[in-house]
Design a binder for this molecule. Structure first.
Ligand SMILES: [Zn+2]
Length: 320
């Protein structure tokens, strides 16, 4: 079903719930976010996603950072409600270490297992999928997920333009003496398949025969431009439409969003130093919501049905 042909049949929407602190680390800002902003993603942005998805009658997949469940009872309660409403909660590690793949098997397993336990307790069912912090996965990560019965990983982001931009920004930051908390992984990812595949043993970005499915994040066909929330909410309207149309030419549109995509920087009390470094925070919430509303309407108009990533993984596994 995902091997050939054109015309989208399936779309999945997932939201990575990276906390405001994660963006502090990326931009090498000192200290922790102030208390007002610290839990803004789960308390302020998440309810907006709930309304957006209800308007489009879709069940999404939320990638949850385990530690947030332990530190924020309000956020945990909201995520439990979303799980009861039919949304899936999946594993986005315990503390969102950008260099997860460099930590070694024991620490990687601990990051995955602690988040697994916290998310299973919150949702009432164990998570079936994983997305690595910063999109960087490794053979160790895949082996640990397989040993725990995970059905899918959705970390591969096979976009040369994204990889190049990240490398450039990290290089510039280093030049001015600020070390980003972000991590530049293997460049092999830019050649990974764009469609769901079974990874190869020892080479997660190559097609193989392992008993887990990799669900790559959407990129366009030739230039491999990233079709993710960040690009859709910051692009001019004509470009957003083109990117979505390109993604809808594929059998499967894996649309990845971030909690911060629906942030209202002023109302959510985001500190000015972060707004200055994060262009999407300078876009009005209404414009960002309109871009995502239009995108979801275009998916439905193209005849694609919304499914959670675990369902897509089951079908891809059966087809592979
Ligand atoms: Zn993340």
């Amino acid at each position: 079903m995902f091997g050939s042909g054109s015309g989208a049949r399936v779309a999945s929407v997932s939201v990575d719930l990276d906390s405001v602190e994660c963006y502090y680390r990326i931009h090498a800002l000192d200290g922790l976010p102030p208390p007002d902003a610290r839990f803004a993603i789960l308390r302020r942005c998440l309810p907006r996603f709930r309304e957006l998805f209800a308007r489009h009658d879709l069940r999404a997949t939320f990638f949850v950072v385990g530690r947030d469940l332990d530190e924020d009872a309000d956020g945990r309660a909201l995520l439990a409600e979303l799980a009861r409403e039919g949304h899936a909660l999946a594993n986005h590690s315990y503390s969102h270490p950008y260099d997860l793949v460099r930590l070694g098997p024991v620490a990687i397993a601990s990051e995955i297992d602690r988040a697994h336990g916290a998310i299973a307790a919150c949702a009432g069912v164990p998570p079936l999928g994983f997305r690595a912090p910063g999109y960087e996965v490794s053979a160790d990560v895949i082996d640990i997920l397989r040993a725990r019965g995970y059905r899918y990983d959705s970390s591969a982001f096979p976009s040369a333009p994204y990889y190049g931009a990240k490398a450039a920004i990290m290089g510039l930051m280093q030049m001015i003496g600020r070390k980003s908390g972000s991590f530049l992984g293997s460049p092999r990812v830019v050649m990974a398949p764009r469609r769901p595949y079974r990874p190869s043993a020892g080479a997660p970005y190559r097609r193989g025969k392992l008993d887990i499915v990799e669900l790559p994040v959407a990129v366009t066909r030739w230039l491999r431009m990233p079709v993710i929330g960040t690009s859709l909410i910051t692009a001019p309207e004509w470009m957003r439409k083109r990117m979505v149309a390109a993604a809808l030419n594929e059998p499967f549109f894996n649309l990845e969003l971030h909690g911060i995509d629906l942030c209202d920087a002023d109302a959510d009390r985001i500190p000015a130093e972060l707004i200055a470094r994060q262009p999407d925070l300078r876009r009005p919430l209404a414009a960002k919501m309109a871009a995502l509303d239009a995108t979801l309407s275009e998916v439905a108009a193209a005849g694609a049905g919304f499914q959670r990533l675990a369902e897509v993984a089951s079908q891809a596994a059966a087809a592979a």
